[in-house]
Design a protein around this ligand. Structure first.
Ligand code: FAD
Length: 451
């Protein structure tokens, strides 16, 4: 390895995904000190068109931008090979970079069931384009996993038979409860009528080196070559074996076997934390392989911060917990910038307000979905919480999670208009024991109670 060139910057950020770019752009607002971004690809992800649904719950678009167009941020295109945390040097394949403060935003890689060409995972623009190409010749595919990616795919794919293999007894368990899953059950086999084309800028970098996709990754319907769409769900089971002769054969633990054209592995991600450290130093690594960070986004090594999918927070608050999502990558990137700047200036730091409340805005089966706080009663004992539910078939699903008479989480599906009220109730922790019967009554204007 030759590290011919030597450069320096006060702030160095590794990774051109949402976390890295949010960190670099925020630092640029704080300081005129040199900022340098290291990206494996010359194309980076920039958050645009932020739309706030409440004070804290936001959705946004993600655009791909050329590194050259970034203002007042130096960049190096390359892969970080190792870090000397004592001498404060980052080594890429051909450059040596001296830093004062370093932030690692290297993201995560989808877990693969097996490293075979008939088992694919979706990660970046290239992988989605490849997926669309092979889908065009496919009549039957197997999707494994029960999170957001699998749910989006099942909804967006047309003209293909899908065997959806999940370990739970209801769909989309990462985000939904059994009731909400039931609400969506009528839409599983629905044929989509949205435009076929997924338009996106092309990467100019090497294959497989791009950041994770942005919220528009599925903005278009994708077609197989079957006459119809059919979804078969195999509940409470997992993959026993996958083999290929003429056809790919998938054997399930429940004894069933399916033939298919290929398998989509959507079983989660592993943080990209395996960067070599010199001088026998090591990051504290969490059981999920993330680099552990404290509430100031600092790792155990001095002057090294981490944000986004690569990190695992050692903290959570009453109504916030970590999930590897776009919004959190952005929030952590912005907050890490603030932490780095304050640390450099030796100034007092207060934790950002956004970590007071978990929020996630997404779309499932064409419905707006807003998740707030402990939306799935995370960490609560069964006899410690109460659920208020309102369901109007084909229109909305509302669930409030209550603890000791106070709202601690909410699932809002459809145009419920309840998001602001729910956010306030969670943040203010008002005792609503006396309002329980009225709170979700559509005939009562509940806002009046709080005026
Ligand atoms: P990334 O976007 O992965 O960026 C990491 C960057 O670091 C990359 O540019 C990579 O090339 C670079 N890098 C890695 N190692 C090195 C190195 N050694 N040297 C230099 N550079 C390096 N989230 C949601 O909220 N909602 C969704 O519906 C949703 N759907 C998704 C669908 C798909 C198909 C995928 C893949 C993800 C989805 N996510 C979703 C998750 C979301 O994309 C991620 O949480 C988010 O993009 C993470 O951003 P990041 O900046 O931390 O990491």
């Amino acid at each position: 390895m030759s590290n011919d060139e030597e450069i320096e910057a006060t702030y160095v950020i590794v990774g051109g995904g949402i976390a890295g770019m949010s960190c670099a752009e925020t630092l640029r607002l704080y300081t005129k000190d040199p900022i340098l971004l290291i990206s494996e690809s010359p194309t980076v992800k920039v958050v645009t068109n932020i739309k706030f649904h409440t004070k804290m719950a936001a959705g946004f678009d993600v655009e791909e931008k050329c590194l050259q167009t970034l203002r007042d941020i130096k960049f190096v295109v390359g892969e970080v090979i190792s870090i000397d945390s004592v001498a404060r040097i980052v080594y890429t394949n051909n450059v040596k970079i001296n830093y004062q403060k370093l932030c690692l935003c290297t993201g995560a890689t989808p877990k693969l069931l097996d490293d075979k060409d008939y088992i694919i995972a979706l990660r970046d623009t290239h992988s989605v384009e490849y997926f669309q190409t092979i889908l065009g010749q496919a009549s039957q595919i197997v999707i494994v996993g029960n999170g957001g990616i699998a749910t989006d795919l099942v909804y967006k794919l047309n003209d293909v038979k899908i065997i959806w293999v999940i370990k739970d007894n209801y769909i989309s368990s990462h985000f939904l409860d059994a009731g909400a899953a039931e609400f969506f059950s009528n839409y599983l086999n629905a044929t989509q009528v949205e435009p076929k084309v997924v338009k996106r800028h092309r990467y100019t970098g090497e294959k497989g080196t791009g950041a994770a996709l942005g919220p528009d990754w599925h903005s278009g319907v994708m077609f197989g070559n079957n006459k119809n769409k059919e979804v078969i769900i195999e509940y409470t089971t997992s993959i026993k074996s996958i083999s290929k002769d003429k056809q790919t054969r998938v054997e399930l633990e429940n004894g069933k076997t399916y033939e298919c054209d290929f398998v989509v592995s959507a079983i989660g991600v592993t943080p990209n934390s395996d960067i070599e450290l010199k001088n026998n130093k090591q990051f504290d690594i969490a059981p999920d392989n993330g680099i552990k960070v404290d509430w100031k986004m600092e790792t155990n090594l001095p002057d090294i911060f981490a944000a986004g999918d690569v990190c695992t927070t050692e903290w959570k608050s009453d109504h916030w917990f970590q999930m590897r999502l776009w919004t959190q990558a952005r929030q952590m990137g912005i907050y890490a910038a603030k932490c780095m700047f304050h640390r450099n200036a030796n100034e007092a730091l207060y934790q950002d307000f956004c970590f007071e409340l978990f929020t996630h805005v997404t779309t499932f089966f064409g419905f707006k979905v807003i998740l707030l706080g402990l939306y799935n009663a995370q960490g609560l004992e069964k006899n410690d919480c109460e659920l208020l539910v309102r369901v109007t078939d084909g229109q909305e699903y509302v669930k409030l999670v209550l603890k000791s008479g106070r709202v601690v989480g909410a699932v809002l599906i459809g145009d419920t208009d309840l998001e602001e009220m729910c956010e306030n109730l969670i943040l203010n922790q008002i005792d609503i024991s006396n309002l329980k019967d009225d709170l979700l009554d559509p005939n009562i204007d509940i806002e009046d109670y709080f005026d």
